[in-house]
Design a protein around this ligand. Structure first.
Ligand SMILES: [Zn+2]
Length: 465
């Protein structure tokens, strides 16, 4: 009877074994993957936002006089939001946006990356933000996403969050060790952070997750690399939080390479000479180049422009204008970007890193989100690679003018990378090729550049090209 006992033991053991297999990378799934994921970022919910308020007050106060005249001149906020101003997101807009994206996409995507800055900016001196308010706003957004993105089995689609520089108090400042802030987020996001990663997160605000067999997401804590965070040292200091974080990234990428997994790296503040400590940027660039076979994409938010940044080892020290207010200096930002692209050599794909910044839900221009596509052929060696994205946007000026707000705003397709930029895939080489194609001295190239700049400002009026 021994064989029977063994067989029974085996049968009982199989489910546990199968479950365990789900958590390793090597085995690609047999399930029907959609091959799509959502990227949503920079929601900046503002509970103090008022309809018909003055733009000058950050959309917080009603005008004392000349309401009609101000309204005519577009100096008052709309019901859904105040596009092309510094005002943060209204509550009706945020909840509607999350709901409508979920209604349209939740049964067509495999997971969500959500790259931070859920709380409003600290712009109104009369109502300074508190730590409690910031956490409450993050609670509201977390709950809304978890509720809206339930699948037909009432299970929430996997969501990978990360901390933005406006999700901490005061903004940009986060201690280099365990803190009550990290503790609070570890509790708030306990369903999204794998159990075995929760201690890592409590210590450093970052974590890794096997989002699908064969695809791993690293959620970084960019505040440890961020030059505006006075609580941390630059990465050249061996005791710095940034250095520790880099070591963790290296371990994770090494593990992923061994398991033959693709890695999507996500964070809030994108690596650039304007944002990162120099030593942190150099190390990040180096590491990314070293693991370019493993990393499928670097996906970020924070900057509010829809664009990509090219990091090259040699060029970092040359880049000028370290600190500029990009919203007020958009012309300069675009000019610098063009210079960066002009320096790109099409054959540099082994020496360059391409970092992607998605535009925000915040209507600083028109709000938007991205539907990314990846290779979902589990038999292919390209499984998990990034192939295309579709950029959606919502013309809030139009919807603000719709009478009585009975009509609910709808997102529309802005562009797709294959049609707008003639890209077959989204590898580093393809992006460098685009950088090159956009910056030549031909009419065709200039037209492509103009399309790109219109997309940077999400189709709003701009005078920067
Ligand atoms: Zn930010």
């Amino acid at each position: 009877m021994h064989w029977l006992v063994t067989l029974v033991a085996l049968v009982i053991a199989v489910p546990a074994f199968a479950q365990h297999q789900q958590h390793t990378f090597a085995v690609h799934p047999n399930t029907n993957l959609h091959g799509r994921f959502l990227h949503i970022t920079d929601i900046h919910l503002d509970p103090h936002y008022q309809n018909g308020a003055t733009i000058k007050s950050g959309c917080h106060n009603q005008p004392k006089k000349h309401r009609k005249k101000k309204q005519r001149k577009g100096k008052l906020s709309g019901y859904w939001g105040a596009p092309t101003t510094d005002c943060d997101s209204s509550e009706p807009w945020v909840y509607h946006a999350i709901k409508t994206i979920a209604d349209d996409w939740k049964d067509k995507i495999d997971f969500i990356v959500w790259t931070g800055d859920n709380a409003r900016h600290d712009l109104d001196k009369k109502i300074p933000r508190t730590k409690e308010e910031i956490l409450a706003l993050n609670y509201k957004i977390t709950t809304a996403l978890q509720e809206e993105f339930r699948d037909e089995n009432n299970k929430t689609i996997p969501i990978v969050p990360c901390i933005g520089n406006n999700d901490v108090h005061p903004h940009n400042q986060l201690r280099s060790t365990a803190s009550s802030t990290l503790d609070a987020y570890s509790k708030l996001w306990s369903d999204m952070i794998p159990r075995e990663q929760q201690e890592v997160f409590r210590q450093g605000g970052y974590f890794a997750v096997n989002i699908l067999p064969g695809i791993r997401v690293l959620s970084l804590n960019t505040l440890y690399f961020f030059e505006s965070n006075d609580q941390v040292l630059a990465c050249k200091d061996p005791k710095s939080a940034g250095k520790r974080h880099l070591e963790w990234i290296r371990e994770e990428l090494t593990k992923a390479r061994k398991m033959q997994a693709r890695v999507y790296v996500i964070g809030h503040v994108p690596p650039s000479s304007r944002t990162f400590y120099g030593s942190c940027l150099t190390a990040y660039t180096q590491l990314s180049i070293e693991f370019r076979d493993v990393i499928a994409a670097h996906l970020y938010g924070h900057v509010n422009y829809d664009h990509f940044i090219v990091l090259q080892q040699e060029q970092q020290s040359q880049e000028e204008n370290r600190i500029i207010n990009i919203q007020k200096d958009s012309g300069r930002y675009i000019t610098n970007l063009k210079h960066q692209y002009q320096q790109v050599n099409g054959n540099d794909q082994d020496k360059a890193v391409v970092v992607h910044v998605a535009p925000p839900i915040l209507p600083i221009y028109y709000p938007g989100f991205r539907i990314n596509e990846y290779d979902n052929d589990s038999k292919s060696t390209h499984f998990g690679t990034w192939t295309r994205y579709h950029q959606y946007y919502c013309n809030l000026t139009y919807w603000n003018n719709e009478k009585q707000h009975h009509a609910l705003p709808r997102f529309e397709l802005e562009y797709s990378t294959d049609e707008a930029y003639a890209m077959d895939n989204l590898t580093v080489g393809s992006w460098l090729d685009l950088a090159h194609r956009m910056t030549r001295k031909t009419d065709e190239s200039r037209a492509l550049w103009n399309t790109y700049v219109d997309n940077i400002f999400v189709q709003t009026e701009h005078d920067d090209d």
